[in-house]
Write a protein that binds this ligand. Structure first.
Ligand SMILES: NC(=O)c1ccc[n+]([C@@H]2O[C@H](COP(=O)([O-])OP(=O)(O)OC[C@H]3O[C@@H](n4cnc5c(N)ncnc54)[C@H](O)[C@@H]3O)[C@@H](O)[C@H]2O)c1
Length: 391
């Protein structure tokens, strides 16, 4: 009786609202109302994918489930797996599997207008340049190339042909990281004083992969550097890093597995990062932004997150965090693909720009130099034409 006065009008009389944070519901509403503003009808792109290892398999999963893409070619050098690949993915005769020695067939095929690259980093430059020379738009796994010079050549080729070259910084398309970035940019925490990024990799990549990865700074830390600059909208003026190789096999190839870094920004913001090649308990990805008005952070996400906790004599046990990048960034990978398709088919401005990719490559090179020399590296952005903001 005492609370009856709060009952209010019938819910049928209330406006139908829901929290926009529920992006799955937004998808559902778009689908159920056939919202053409989100997916205006367009002819599907015709695609080839190079490389079906870890990254390639993630993208293939999204590609074959996406009605905006018709897959025509798969290019990979593990040809002994082709029969099995056909069977597993249920490829019909409309999908041709080729070794990279036959890649010219893809380049010559005028029907193919989009190329996805998930092959090893050292192969990217040639595939990008050949695809663009043959008028194809390119979605390329990061990094675009092994060094800044080759990365520049790839972007110059894209610019001269008027083609899209997208660098797959997938973390930007993760809903939680994106929400954090938008809230920071809207001033919720005020002027950012400290940004902390933790990225500890899982599972441990094979040594064969690490040997051709370009080193941990270019292979892994590029994501952390991009995250920091993307959230802050600024480029650092000083880079310091300290790194060790605690895993003997990593030491043997002169790479690092344990890294701490510090970026100092012209506005006074300081970024602290810690990164590891191997996290025994899962893929540990966290971000915290602290400013003069407050703090926002992204914590680890978990499967079975609705199963809260088990409490026993040993204490409280929660579900494990996501074990790997394919599981933690599953949505991010799908979203980056949708963004690429929007850029290619609808002319939406590309979010990962050429100068951003080049800037990240420069920061990674400086951080590696700092780790190897023990000295901090000052960065001057005026000499290479990279704008000092990072929006
Ligand atoms: N953004 C991310 O989250 C993410 C995660 C992992 C890897 N990557 C990037 O993806 C790329 C591939 O890494 P991976 O871990 O998938 O490697 P991988 O070794 O698991 O797979 C590479 C595949 O490419 C094939 N290949 C080799 N040469 C080729 C060529 N010339 N043409 C076509 N295919 C070829 C190999 O046979 C193999 O199947 C790297 O550039 C890496 O930096 C990005």
């Amino acid at each position: 009786m005492a609370t009856q006065k709060f009952s209010g009008p019938s819910p049928y009389k209330l406006p139908a609202t829901y929290p926009k944070e529920d992006y799955f519901h937004t998808d559902y509403v778009n689908n159920v109302t056939l919202n053409h503003d989100v997916k205006p009808p367009k002819k599907p792109v015709v695609a080839a994918i190079f490389g079906l290892g870890r990254a390639g398999s993630i993208h293939l999963t999204s590609i074959i489930n996406n009605t905006r893409i018709v897959l025509k070619y798969v290019v990979d050098d593990r040809t002994e797996r082709f029969a099995d690949l056909k069977k597993y993915w249920n490829f019909g005769n409309d999908v041709t599997l080729l070794a990279s020695s036959d890649a010219q067939r893809v380049y010559n095929d005028k029907e193919v207008n989009v190329v996805f690259i998930g092959s090893p980093t050292w192969t990217h430059h040639d595939i990008v340049v050949n695809s663009i020379a043959n008028n194809k738009d390119v979605f390329c796994e990061k990094p675009i190339a092994e060094n800044i010079e080759d990365t520049k050549k790839c972007y110059e080729a894209a610019k001269s042909k008027g083609r899209v070259l997208f660098s797959a910084f997938n973390r930007r398309f993760d809903p939680s990281y994106r929400a954090l970035k938008n809230r920071v940019r809207n001033g919720e925490v005020g002027h950012v004083q400290i940004l902390k990024v933790t990225a500890r990799d899982s599972p441990l990549p094979s040594i064969d992969y690490l040997k051709t990865s370009g080193g941990v700074f270019h292979d892994c830390l590029v994501h952390d550097f991009d995250m920091a600059c993307w959230v802050l909208g600024e480029l650092p003026c000083r880079v310091q890093a300290s790194a060790s190789a605690l895993i003997p096999e990593v030491k043997a190839i002169d790479d690092f597995d344990t890294i701490a870094f510090l970026l100092t920004y012209p506005s006074g913001t300081v970024v602290l990062g810690d990164n590891s090649r191997y996290s025994a308990y899962g893929y540990d990805q966290r971000l915290e932004v602290f400013g003069n008005k407050g703090m926002i952070k992204v914590e680890n996400e978990r499967p079975y997150h609705s199963t809260q906790a088990y409490i026993g004599h040993e204490g409280v046990k929660e579900s494990p965090i996501y074990y790997s990048f394919p599981s933690r960034f599953r949505e991010g990978y799908k979203n980056e693909l949708e963004h690429f398709l929007d850029v290619v088919t609808r002319g939406v401005p590309m979010e990962v720009t050429d100068y951003q990719t080049l800037a990240i490559s420069k920061i990674a090179t400086a951080a590696e130099e700092s780790a190897r020399t023990g000295k901090s590296v000052e960065l001057d952005w005026s000499k290479d034409g990279i704008p000092a903001n990072y929006s």
